[in-house]
Design a protein around this ligand. Sequence first.
Ligand code: SF4
Length: 298
Amino acid sequence: MKVISITPRGFCYGVVDAVEIAKRVAADPSTPRPIYILGQLVHNRHMVERLAQYGVISLENTSSRLELLETIDHGTVIFTAHGVSPAVKARAREKGLNCVDTTCPDVEKTHVLIRRLVADGYDILYIGRKGHPEPEGAIGEAPDHVYLIQDAQDLERLVLPQTEKLAVTTQTTLSRWDTDALIERIRARYPGVQVHTEICQATQLRQEAAVRQSADADAVFVVGDLHSSNSNRLVDVVREQAHRPVYLIDSVHDIRPEMLEGVHTVAVTAGSSTPSDITREVIRFLQAYEPATTTQPA
Ligand code: SF4
């Protein structure tokens, strides 16, 4: 089968740095043990399993970062690339934990922006995904002045204390297309609003490449974790902007024959938290795929 390997795809610089830091910390014998990560370092179960082999424990459930922190009382805590709130940092220090911060510089930029805007008297509408750690960390910079909006319904329900000084900012891993539509609604409701789109360059380049390079494909596979925001946005943009059938798969084992029925050309991309060997395995399988003869991976 003809396979279009979309580029760029996969690990972004923020994830590469976070993984390197976590491995270095784990390899250093002077690092206080046990070593915990507050959540998943990146949203990919393969990476979580690999880090566990280095002795790094991912504290994973749906609790807030502050609640997760209360489940540990000694050792090292790694803050993920998604960033954490000042309250989490302060509590970790208070507990005497050795803190390692892998917050991506692009996420840190949003934190700095929020602090500056609030100091200048602004209230902020933050466009992001509910329950995702990045909004939790960013909003935690000024919880009384930042309002999380995921969709138009949230905007309709919003009651603000003042509308004179309003700004909008965004989670880094959203889709420009979705965000632009919501920002237009916000502008219509609050004409003077100051807009700061913070979708990171890595996310944007991967989305634009996915839309452009999947134009000639009969189907598209996004290799990524079900809980990865940027992988899910890749699926959205391919479906809504390139109008291609698109599947989010965790690995080659999720590929089913019916997904390839009548397909001659397939395009493959990957979320920025997906290890490249997992994506390469998908590409190799599809390249070798002969619908009549190929059996499914075990
Ligand atoms: S997706 Fe963007 S913001 Fe998130 S870690 Fe990667 S480069 Fe940083």
